[in-house]
Design a protein around this ligand. Structure first.
Ligand code: BDR
Ligand code: CA
Length: 309
């Protein structure tokens, strides 16, 4: 069986770690590399955490460091209250031995996407700065990417950082606007669907008992994430934002999409909002999800994390 090639652009981050381990363990995905971005943590922490995740799963793939700050606006502080000071809840900073790829993320992306033209899905699950820089560096890259599957945005629902904006878009609205304006295929897995997909501590306890090393790690880091969600939603659950983007690749039938040309508000009170616009290629926006199906698919694969690779 040929596996679907994928590159994840990420700011790990607790739900990023869940998504990455899901992708590593999934028998129908081949992760070609990780590129890192500021967001949940500083980019140096994101790179270190990404390297650690590759070592944990024995994946000898490139990890390439991306942008330290947004294209134009000053950076927002990292989301330590959501993901912990080092990105993995209360765990101390991991100490990977592997080193990052020498190329900056946009160069790594350009070279790797061209080397496998039309075969790779690019899956950004953090702010879109690296992807905007890729377009600036190599405008023709739009012809070499199979498609983008982006975790971000809030199209017909409230944001999670402000009433209008979802975190990944809010952290670099100019980059997101450039990415939506480009003529390539985009699927958007935003809060419209991810805010319905939950897991609880018992789910992660079972993952840990099936896969003590990586599942055990996921159980530890998600305890912090569940506490955060309890503080804002008064429920003992966490939301599966970034894993949902990966599950949409492996199990698209769990999602229903609507084609909507999208833009991003880049200033003013609604900065970071994703809104319908005219005259541009439509984005396939996920509007409905079978949340239970996504939850089950995610937990099933995570339970195999220690054995599959
Ligand atoms: C997104 O923001 C980050 O905190 C998460 O990792 C996810 O990518 C959800 O809005
Ligand atoms: Ca993320």
């Amino acid at each position: 069986m040929e596996r679907q090639k994928i590159i994840i652009d990420t700011d790990p981050g607790i739900d990023d770690a869940m998504a990455i381990h899901y992708a590593f363990a999934h028998p129908r995905l081949e992760v070609m590399g990780l590129t890192t971005i500021f967001g949940n943590v500083f980019v140096e922490q994101a790179t270190r955490n990404a390297l650690f995740l590759t070592e944990q799963a024995k994946q000898h793939i490139p990890v390439s460091e991306g942008a330290k700050h947004p294209l134009r606006m000053p950076p927002n502080p990292p989301s330590h209250y959501v993901h912990g000071h080092e990105g993995f809840g209360t765990l101390p900073a991991p100490k990977p031995t592997r080193k990052p790829d020498p190329r900056p993320a946009h160069v790594f992306l350009s070279e790797t996407l061209r080397a496998h033209s039309g075969e790779i899905i690019l899956c950004p699950v953090g702010p879109l700065t690296n992807i905007a820089k890729l377009l600036e560096y190599d405008a023709e890259i739009i012809h070499h990417v199979k498609k983008l599957v982006i975790m971000g945005g809030a199209v017909d629902c409230a944001g999670n950082v402000t009433a209008h904006a979802e975190a990944n878009i809010w952290n670099d609205p100019d980059a997101a606007e450039a990415v939506f304006a480009a003529d390539w295929q985009i699927e958007l897995i935003g809060l419209d669907v991810t805010s319905h997909i939950t897991c609880n501590a018992e789910d992660f306890r079972q993952v840990a008992s099936a896969a003590p090393v990586i599942g055990g790690f996921l159980e530890k880091i998600t305890a912090f994430y569940i506490n955060f969600y309890h503080s804002i939603m008064s429920r003992h659950v966490c939301l599966l934002h970034d894993p949902a983007a990966l599950v949409s690749v492996t199990d698209p039938s769990a999602f229903e999409y609507e084609d909507i040309p999208l833009g991003v508000i880049t200033q003013g009170e609604e900065i970071g909002a994703t809104r319908p616009v005219d005259h541009r290629r439509a984005v396939r926006v996920a509007k409905f999800v079978d949340a239970e199906m996504v939850r089950k698919k995610f937990l099933d694969i995570c339970g195999q994390c220690d054995t599959i690779n």
